[in-house]
Design a protein around this ligand. Structure first.
Ligand SMILES: [Fe+2]
Ligand SMILES: [Fe+2]
Length: 189
């Protein structure tokens, strides 16, 4: 069985909702496309896409319990928004434990917050998650187009969008998200 088949099996075993399973498959498709365009391994991108939201439908308590089981140190923002943010790191730990490659686990780990020093594979998954077929937010077509011209620009637009949305709701963005933007622009946002 190859890695994609193993990923398929794990995805199906976890019995996600049909909507989330469809999102995982469309993210895999988009991540693979971006990987071919930008020179990451297409198989890794597809596997990361299939498995990135493996823990997205767990309860807050389940996510926190898994984080503890895997020995993850979590900060206060991750604890407060465990389901929204920590599902990424918890899925990465599960995927690593299931024997998938460290680069696949790393891309999954970074798919919610991003961060400085992202690999091309990390960036492909980060952008694919937000621009996969089925995503319909305002401006998504523009970012899809942008992602074919500059992966970094697409990452930046998405990170800035996340920061703006959080601040509009009176929430301070996670430092990793700010560090990702600072890395490219050399100044705080
Ligand atoms: Fe996610
Ligand atoms: Fe996702």
């Amino acid at each position: 069985m190859n890695e994609r088949q193993r990923a398929e099996r794990l995805l199906v075993e976890r019995s996600l909702s049909p909507e989330l399973e469809a999102h995982c498959r469309s993210t895999a498709l988009q991540a693979e496309r971006l990987a071919r365009r930008w020179g990451a391994a297409p198989d890794d991108a597809a596997v990361a896409g299939l498995l990135h939201d493996l823990c997205r439908e767990l309860t807050r308590q389940e996510v926190l319990d898994l984080a503890r089981k895997h020995g993850l140190e979590i900060d206060s923002i991750e604890e407060e928004y465990a389901v929204q943010l920590l599902h990424a790191r918890v899925a990465a730990a599960e995927v690593a434990q299931a024997g998938f490659s460290p680069q696949v686990a790393e891309a999954i780990r970074r798919h919610t917050l991003g961060g400085p020093g992202m690999s091309v594979l990390d960036a492909c998954l980060f952008v694919a998650d937000a621009t996969a077929p089925g995503r319909t937010w305002k401006g998504v077509d523009e970012v899809r187009r942008q992602a074919t011209e500059s992966l970094d620009d697409a990452v930046m637009v998405l990170a800035r969008r996340d920061v703006a949305r959080l601040r509009a709701r009176g929430r301070e963005p996670h430092p990793l998200m700010l560090a990702l933007i600072e890395e490219q622009h050399g100044s705080p946002v």
